[in-house]
Each structure stands twice: as structure tokens, then as C-alpha cells.
Design a protein around this ligand. Structure first.
Ligand code: ADP
Ligand code: MG
Ligand code: ZN
Length: 746
């Protein structure tokens, strides 16, 4: 009995403590980073780190991994050691950390780019207890004098970012990462937090084993990125399509991935010749040009970076609005990582890939001469890519399935296949025919040969083998080459046919293929849309961000200002304020530093550092345009009603159609008028004459107006309806009455 009570008391105490900790964490989140809630697993991860346990975080790109170590680092005693793969990116992260705090020594990096004095400065800040985060590339961490220095200080924990670099199965293996564990042992133990966006189980195991953290608490988030729009387009007019796409998305940042360095250079030139601000990036360029080009992109001096996959890991630019794959990548893992660089801030992210089976064949050729085991892996990965590109299934579903996650939604609404389903064709009989033909002609031919036999093409090669006399010759002539190509690829995808890459892509039927002939099951193939770039307008994807009723004009002005401020400080614009913050400012119109702190993504530090100029601009804008700010409204009702009011006022300021306003707030016209009357009656002036002018007969409007001005004894609606008679609808009378009250009364 007593025991039970004690247990209850303990549980309640624990709950109380947790609640307390949670509100403290939220407070600090707002204070330092300006966010009012945690994203996904962040809070659970952070608690685990604070509790001193090893932590393994699997979260997609843009999921908010950095915060998982940044916030605990600020709260815990000692210095957090952050290991991150690239020197070039460290500076960005440190700059970004410094904007959150008044103490610029709060974050530092130690790497080979620093001179002696700079290193001394860092060390003295660390020893003075000013520094909470110290960034290292693995190769600097292993330097003896660094190890000796770190042994002297209190380490709160080690964070290993981009931890998949440990694994050969990851897409970015770095041998130095394998030395992290032994070095940590040398420096001294502290809890570990490893973070990656790579989700395959093989990589996960590798990481945990190698870091000696198999007992870690694992936090795996969904890898779904709902704001990313996936589209695969046949590669017919690729240059033309890309230029068009960029022009339709002018002023937005985008990345274009090409497989070869040569293509990167060519395409960059082509874009420049077409008046697009672009830069190239690949590993063959000299380091300083490469760094300068990356900088131009981050600082938004150019819109587009054309790159090989050498570009991107750890690039934290949150407002990349599109990622284009000029060529299909070698694996879905790579595709997912690269597309993942779009829309990190949760806003629009258009992922467009151009697919041609010829490209896949080229990739297969590159694998020739590599060790067989590697070829086998490469082949499987490519097959997944082909199957993804050719599938008519939801892209999101296929991708998530690849990462071991089941996506159950029927229609994701944000991929090409869901928005615009492709025609599917039944191909059971044809698949059987192709397999039988392949069995008979044997294993010495490529798929083109098989297709030509089925089509009945009298090529020299076919004649030399005598297959023009085979019973399969011309057996498939009532379909075209494109159709048969799709059938053969389907056979490969289903594993009914093997392809020998070492031997130039010869195909042969296997046991599963034999089984299919004996017992065929229904199969469909997808044909490309008949795609004609001239005719088909590229649909503009509506921004997926919170968006809403942001003031576009102000937003654009704020973006310009951000560029200027960024230039002055030598920082990338997104380090100053991110897009969602600017968007929020153009809804809330903050005109004091205090109000600025209520903006999403703006904490105390940022408001103090950069707020001034923004507040000034907004204030001038609000005054010039006589904008009624949400804060200034005398809001009588509570809850989302007041949200409606603000929205309505802003929408009327922007001369929006009443029907659109009503629809946006899910009101009927009548309810909208009631809301507007409420606003007007509480003393706010609205100018609705634009709407009356457009939708009402001018004479009628004048009559009603005159009635209220000269005849009426009160503004009673009922009396007005009676007096004016059946020629005027109630709606008309209400509209004009609103105008009258504003002009005469308010
Ligand atoms: P990752 O390293 O997982 O790719 P980042 O740490 O770079 O992601 O964060 C991605 C974006 O999410 C950044 O723009 C960051 O400011 C934003 N973010 C992180 N945590 C939150 C949060 N709790 N609320 C809103 N935005 C957040
Ligand atoms: Mg990251
Ligand atoms: Zn879909």
C-alpha cells in the first residue's frame, strides 16, 4: 500500500519535473533561436542529450538536426565538440551560431585555415568559459596539440554531424571519420550525439558500431518531406526546359546537378548566355574559384549553381527553391539527399529530374572494369533508380518505401504521378512474348537486339545470326520501340531478366523469368506522356510554406534590405533572417524591437543585432501606406475570430475580391459581411469602394448612399430594407451601409 503511494508520488514528481524542464526548454528555444515550438523529435532528442545519454538522430535534411546539439550545448556546463566534415562549411555554422548571442566567442572552429593568433584567441575564449560550441573537421581533431588542449577542458558532449561519412555504404565516405572514436577515447569520455540524414539500416549499423554507441537511444523521424514536389520528365528538350523553368522562377535560388564536369561547364555557359545568373561548381576546379562560386550562391549574388554531386553536403542554405537533376543520379539515396537540399525551411521545393534510359546505359558503361562486387551493388542501385523514374506510382511512396517507411496516403497531392496520372498499359502478354523470345535467342545480345527482332528489323547483325528467320521476328510489330523498351525494363525491374554489365549489358532470362512464362501475372507498363515543351506550360507550384496573407510588396523590400545588411556584415542573407521570418514580418508588421522578438525565428540576440534596420523600414512602410497592423486593432472577440478580422482588414487593404476573402476563411458571404460590420462598428476605417464599384450598379449604390446620408434617421438595416423597397437587395444595402459608416462615421 505504502509502496504504491510512494510510487504514485514519484511518478507525479517526475511528471512535474518533466513539465518544468519542458517549459524551460521552450523558453530557451524562444530566447536563443526565436522558435516557439520544437520540430519533430527535437525536444525528445535534446532531453536525452541533457540527461547525458548517447544519442543517435536520423532525421531528413531540413529536419532541424543542428538545433539538437546547439541548444543543449548552450545549456550544459563545458564546451560541446562538434565534428563536421568540411572546413568551408564550418564558418557558416559558426557565423550562424553567433547571430543568436551577444557573445561572439560563443562558437568557434579550429582548423588549418586559422593562423597562430587566431588559434590563440580561440583557446583563450574557450579557457575563459565564453565558448559553448567548438567545431572541428576530423583531420584537425586528430592533431596532437589539439588533443592536448582538449584534455584540459570540460567537454559537455561530442556531436558528430553528417555521421554517415563513417560508412562505406553511405554516399559520402570519409576515411578520417573512422578515427573519431579512438581520438575521443584519448581526449576523454563524454556523451555522444551522432546525426545523419541517411536512413538505410546498413549505414545506421555501421555508424553505431564504429562509434561504439550500439546502446544509444535512437531517434528516427519520418523521412517524408511534404513540401517537396517530385517530378520526373523525359529528357527530350532538356536545355530548353531548364532555361524556361528558371525564367519562370526568377529571383529564386536553385541547384542543378549534372553527372559530368564537362556538362556542368557547358550548361553554366548556356545559362549565362541566356541571361541567367549562374555559377559552376565541381571538384576539378581550383579551390579558390570553387569557394568563390559557392559563396556567390550563398550570398545570393547569383541565383543558380550548376554542380556535380561534389556540391551540397552540409550546405545549409534554407531557401533553395528548386533542385534540378540534369541527369538521373546513380542511386535513389543520392537522389533523395540532393533533392533534400530544396525547401529546408519548409517552404516551396521543386525537385525536377530529367530521365532518359540512355543515361542509365551510360552509367552502366562506366561500371565496366570495376570489381564485380562493386558492379553488383551499382547495378542494383541503378535498377532502383530506373524503377523509380519509370513508375507511375506516387514518387513519395516509392522513395519512402526505399527507406523502409510505409506511406499509406492514397494520393500525396505533391508529385507528378499523383497530380497528373500517367496512362498505364496492360503488358502481360507482351512481357511473356519478350521473355520467350529472349529464351530462344539466348544470352549473347543486348536489349536493343531483342527489341529489333520483335519489331522485325532487318539489320545486318540480325541477318548474320539468322534471327530474321526466327518465329519471333516481327512478332511484336504492332507496338513501337518505346513500348518494347518499357516492357524489357519492366522485366529487369521485376528481376525476370539479368543484365551482365561487364559484358556490355548482355541480357539473359533467369529462373524467375522462366517461371513467369509458365505462370504469367498481370503487369502494366507506363508510357511517357506525349511531351511537348512548346505546348505544355510548366505548372507553377504554389508555395507550400505557411504563406497566407503576407504583404508581397513589403516582403520584397525586406528581402532587399536583408541582402544589403548581409553584405555589410559579410554574411549570407539567410544567416541574418530566414524567409519564414521575413514572411512573418510582412504579416505582423513589427515596428519595435520588442515586437520583433515575437516574429518566428527571431530571438533576443537576433532582434538586437539586426532588428533595428528592419523595424525602421517596416515602420516607414506602415506609415506611408496607412496600414492597420494586427497589434493596433482593438480586438474584441477572442480566438480565431480575431485572426479572421486581421486577415479581412489586410485583404481589403489589398483590394481582394470579397468572394476570395470569404473562401479563404471558410465563411459564406453573409458571415463575411457580418465580420466586416463588426470591424467597422468598432471604429476601424475600411475602404471597400473598390468592391462596390466593381460589383454594384453605380446608380443603385448612389441611391442607397443618399438614403443613409439624407433620409435615414438611424443606420438601422431593417428600416433601410423597408424604406428602400424590393429594388435593392439586402446585400447591396449592407455593402453601401459599410461604406457610409466608414466615410461619415469613422
Ligand atoms: P538539418 O541539419 O537537419 O538538415 P538544419 O539544422 O539545417 O537541418 O535546420 C533546417 C531548417 O529548420 C533551418 O532553416 C532551421 O532554422 C529550421 N528549424 C530548426 N528547428 C526549428 C524549429 N524548432 N522551428 C522552426 N524552424 C526550425
Ligand atoms: Mg545539418
Ligand atoms: Zn504522390
Amino acid at each position: 500500500m505504502n509502496f504504491v503511494i510512494l510510487e504514485t508520488v514519484q511518478t507525479t514528481m517526475k511528471q512535474e519535473q518533466e513539465k518544468e524542464q519542458s517549459s524551460l526548454l521552450h523558453e530557451k528555444l524562444k530566447e536563443y533561436f526565436g522558435f516557439s515550438s520544437f520540430k519533430g523529435n527535437q525536444e525528445a532528442v535534446i532531453r536525452n542529450v541533457l540527461a547525458g545519454r548517447d544519442t543517435f538522430v536520423l532525421m531528413p535534411t531540413g529536419g532541424g538536426k543542428s538545433l539538437c546539439y546547439q541548444l543543449p550545448a548552450l545549456l550544459m556546463e563545458g564546451v560541446a565538440i562538434v565534428i563536421s566534415p568540411l572546413i568551408a562549411l564550418m564558418k557558416n555554422q559558426v557565423d550562424s551560431m553567433r547571430t543568436f548571442s551577444a557573445e561572439s566567442g560563443i562558437a568557434h572552429f579550429l582548423n588549418s585555415s586559422l593562423n597562430k593568433t587566431a588559434v590563440q584567441q580561440v583557446r583563450s575564449d574557450v579557457l575563459a568559459g565564453k565558448t559553448k560550441l567548438l567545431y572541428f573537421a576530423p583531420e584537425s581533431l586528430t592533431k596532437e596539440d589539439n588533443v592536448a588542449f582538449l584534455r584540459k577542458i570540460k567537454i559537455s558532449f561530442y556531436a558528430i554531424d553528417e555521421a554517415h561519412c563513417i560508412s562505406e555504404w553511405g554516399h559520402d565516405f570519409r576515411p578520417e571519420y573512422r578515427r573519431i572514436r579512438p581520438i575521443i577515447n584519448e581526449i576523454g569520455p563524454a556523451p555522444l550525439i551522432a546525426l545523419t540524414a541517411t536512413a538505410t539500416p546498413k549505414v545506421q549499423m555501421d555508424i553505431q558500431k564504429n562509434l561504439g554507441m550500439t546502446d544509444a537511444s535512437v531517434f528516427k523521424s519520418s523521412f517524408n518531406r511534404p513540401n517537396l514536389y517530385y517530378e520526373i520528365r523525359p529528357k527530350h528538350n532538356v536545355d530548353h526546359d531548364i532555361i524556361r523553368f528558371i525564367k519562370q522562377n526568377e529571383g529564386k535560388s536553385g541547384i542543378i546537378y549534372c553527372l559530368s564536369r564537362k556538362k556542368v561547364e557547358e550548361l553554366t555557359e548556356l545559362l549565362l548566355a541566356n541571361g541567367i545568373k549562374a555559377r559552376a561548381y565541381h571538384a576539378g576546379m581550383d579551390a579558390s574559384t570553387r569557394a568563390a562560386n559557392q559563396d556567390d550562391f550563398l550570398m545570393e549574388r547569383v541565383d543558380v549553381i550548376v554542380a556535380t554531386i561534389a556540391f551540397g553536403m552540409g550546405i545549409d542554405k534554407p531557401d533553395v527553391r528548386y533542385v534540378i537533376h540534369y541527369d538521373m543520379p546513380k542511386s535513389l539515396e543520392g537522389y533523395y539527399q540532393e533533392t533534400g537540399r530544396a525547401g529546408r525551411d519548409g517552404g516551396e521545393g521543386y525537385c525536377l529530374a530529367f530521365y532518359s534510359y540512355k543515361d542509365i546505359q551510360k552509367l552502366e558503361k562506366f561500371m565496366q572494369g570495376k570489381p564485380i562486387a562493386e558492379q553488383e551493388i551499382g547495378k542494383l542501385l541503378l535498377l532502383e533508380t530506373v524503377s523509380y523514374a519509370e513508375s507511375s506510382m506516387c514518387r513519395r511512396k516509392t522513395l519512402l518505401h526505399y527507406f523502409g517507411e510505409e506511406y499509406t496516403e492514397e494520393n500525396c497531392g505533391n508529385c507528378d504521378n499523383c497530380r497528373n496520372p500517367k496512362p498505364k498499359v496492360d503488358a502481360k502478354a507482351e512481357l511473356k512474348m519478350a521473355l520467350e523470345a529472349l529464351r530462344d535467342i539466348g544470352d549473347k545480345f543486348k536489349s536493343d537486339y531483342l527489341i529489333n527482332v520483335l519489331l522485325g528489323k532487318n539489320t545486318a547483325l540480325i541477318k548474320s545470326y539468322g534471327h530474321n528467320k526466327s518465329k519471333w521476328f516481327s512478332a511484336g510489330a504492332d507496338h513501337d520501340a518505346r513500348f518494347w523498351g518499357a516492357v524489357v525494363r519492366q522485366a529487369l525491374i521485376l528481376g525476370l531478366v539479368d543484365k551482365n554489365i561487364e559484358n556490355y549489358g548482355l541480357i539473359s532470362i533467369n529462373r524467375k523469368g522462366e517461371n513467369y512464362i509458365a505462370m504469367p501475372f498481370p503487369v502494366t507498363v507506363t508510357l511517357d506522356h506525349d511531351y511537348d515543351a512548346e505546348e505544355k506550360e510548366i505548372e507553377a507550384v504554389a508555395p507550400m510554406g505557411k504563406g497566407g496573407a503576407a504583404d508581397e510588396e513589403l516582403f520584397a523590400m525586406l528581402k532587399d534590405l536583408r541582402k544589403k545588411v548581409a553584405k555589410k556584415h559579410g554574411l549570407p542573407p539567410f544567416v541574418i533572417f530566414q524567409d519564414p521570418s521575413l514572411e512573418d514580418m510582412s504579416v505582423q508588421y513589427p515596428i519595435t524591437l520588442e515586437e520583433m522578438q515575437n516574429i518566428t525565428g527571431v530571438g533576443v540576440g537576433k532582434a538586437r543585432k539586426f532588428g533595428e534596420e528592419f523595424v525602421k523600414l517596416i515602420k516607414a512602410y506602415v506609415e506611408e501606406k496607412e496600414i492597420i497592423r494586427p497589434q493596433d486593432m482593438i480586438v474584441k472577440s477572442v480566438g480565431n475570430k480575431s485572426g479572421n478580422k486581421i486577415f479581412i482588414i489586410q485583404s481589403i487593404d489589398r483590394k481582394m475580391d470579397f468572394e476570395d476573402i470569404a473562401r479563404a476563411k471558410d465563411l459564406d458571404f453573409d458571415e463575411l459581411l457580418t465580420e466586416i460590420e463588426g470591424i467597422v462598428n468598432s471604429g476601424t476605417k475600411l475602404d471597400i469602394s473598390y468592391y462596390i464599384r466593381e460589383f454594384m450598379d453605380e446608380d443603385k449604390a448612389d441611391d442607397i448612399y443618399l438614403y443613409f446620408k439624407e433620409d435615414a434617421e438611424s443606420d438601422s438595416l431593417d428600416v433601410a430594407i423597408k424604406e428602400l423597397g424590393p429594388d435593392y437587395t439586402e446585400e447591396e444595402i449592407r455593402l453601401v451601409r459599410i461604406k457610409f459608416i466608414c466615410e461619415q462615421g469613422n
